[in-house]
Design a binder for this molecule. Structure first.
Ligand code: PMP
Ligand code: GLN
Length: 394
């Protein structure tokens, strides 16, 4: 086998999704909605599928024309820059492939890529497979003052980030809102932008959760800051945007001179993405463009619904006392605490979650093995089932 597969063979989603299925656990692990996408987009998909032969055949390699047009129209308004649908956008097989194309197209052997921890786990293997070296800088929780930490209490130190830049730094990867902790970066963005500009580095900004902000937090696109459009690759996902993760439609938006190289990777790997799904997503964005900012907008309805689910889960966890739950993990395998605990919880209690140290580099994971991630993008009945398990046990 090729050596590029060495050391990247373990995958937290593969492992824990299988475990949840094997034990038929209530699944607050893998992040996907167990409810349906909104009616309008299901209807758009049905219409696309019954829309004649062309919807079943190849479309434009770099993005179905109606989709790149609607993405350009929609996001030009938000980023404050006229996005060229044909030059500045690449439609991909989910955000995963947008990230893959970015690393393959932009990272050379020996280049360094700074990744803010905790990070969505695929960044590190993707950097490695491109021949690059991942360099980590952690968000650090402010000292707890008794109260439950909110994700806003995890902070990035400007000095620490600055110290990671070297002449080999090619890019900084950020993810806001962040998976797994949900932090929405705001004031840090200018600091990150200043450093990218100073060191002539790119910024790969994973914004798949851009609509999922709560408590008045507002997502800001780093590409909209002065001097950043030319050096930012913004990654998005229809899976997250329209609660349809199985459609696997994603995109990268950047300046044409960057997207050009990502297109080269794309055309020589998957070539293009499912036509009917792209057509439906295009219709979804057309609709959202019209209702943007109004209560009819799914981009308002979704966070409003999830906000309630977040609170429901949080009060359940609080009422059963999260601290004692976490510390009762005990087993003896040579694995991080949170991995052992999540396995135990799945097998013995039938509740699946995700260990948070999976979102850290090997260097730092030991410092962060006392957290587990509960996904609340689930039907209330699923959350109730989880609550039953926790209550019976506590
Ligand atoms: N980035 C983050 C932060 C994610 O959580 C995910 C998983 N949904 C992805 C990228 C990949 O998204 P997609 O399913 O569109 O490939
Ligand atoms: N992004 C999803 C999550 O964070 C799952 C990704 C996957 O299953 N590969 O839960």
């Amino acid at each position: 086998h090729a050596s590029r597969t060495d050391g990247v063979d373990k995958n937290v989603w593969v492992e824990f999704t299988q475990l949840a299925a094997d034990y038929k656990a209530v699944n607050l692990g893998q992040g996907f909605p167990d409810f349906s996408p909104p009616k309008f987009i299901q209807e758009a998909f049905c219409k696309a599928v019954s829309g004649g032969p062309i919807m079943h055949q190849y479309t434009r390699a770099f993005g179905h024309p109606p989709l790149v047009r609607s993405l350009a129209k929609f996001f030009s308004r938000i980023v404050g820059h006229e996005i060229d649908p044909l030059e500045d956008i690449l439609v991909t097989v989910g955000a995963y492939q947008a990230l893959f194309c970015a690393f393959q197209a932009l990272v050379n052997e020996g280049d360094e890529v700074i990744i803010v921890e905790p990070f969505f786990d695929c960044y590190q293997p993707m950097v490695k497979m491109a021949g690059g070296k991942a360099v980590y800088v952690p968000l650090r929780p402010k000292a707890a003052s008794g109260a439950v930490l909110s994700s806003g209490d995890w902070v990035l130190s400007a000095e620490e980030l600055a110290s990671k830049f070297t002449p080999r730094t090619k890019a900084v990867v950020i993810n806001t809102p962040n998976n797994p902790i949900g932090k929405v970066s705001t004031e840090e963005l200018q600091m990150i932008a200043d450093l990218c500009i100073k060191h002539d580095a790119l910024c790969i900004s994973d914004e798949v959760y851009e609509w999922l902000t709560y408590d008045g937090a507002k997502h800001v696109k780093i590409a909209s800051l002065p001097g950043m459009w030319e050096r930012t690759i913004t990654v998005g996902s229809a899976g997250k945007t329209f609660s349809a993760t199985g459609w696997k439609v994603g995109w990268a938006i950047s300046s044409g001179h960057i997207v050009k190289h990502m297109k080269t990777i794309h055309q020589n790997t998957v070539y293009h993405c499912a036509t009917a799904a792209q057509e439906a997503v295009a219709q979804g964005f057309e609709r959202e463009y019209e209702v943007f900012g109004s209560p009819e907008s799914y981009f308002q309805q979704l966070p409003a619904m999830l906000h309630l689910k977040r609170n429901k889960l949080a009060s359940c966890l609080e009422s059963v006392g999260l601290q004692p739950i976490i510390t009762c993990a005990s087993s003896s395998v040579d694995e991080p605490n949170d991995f052992r605990f999540v396995k135990w919880l799945t097998k013995e209690k039938g509740l699946a979650t995700i260990p948070v140290s999976a979102f850290y580099s090997p260097e730092h994971s030991k410092e962060f093995d006392k957290y587990i991630r509960f996904c609340f993008v689930k039907e209330d009945s699923t959350l109730d089932a989880a609550e039953d398990i926790l209550r019976k046990w506590s």
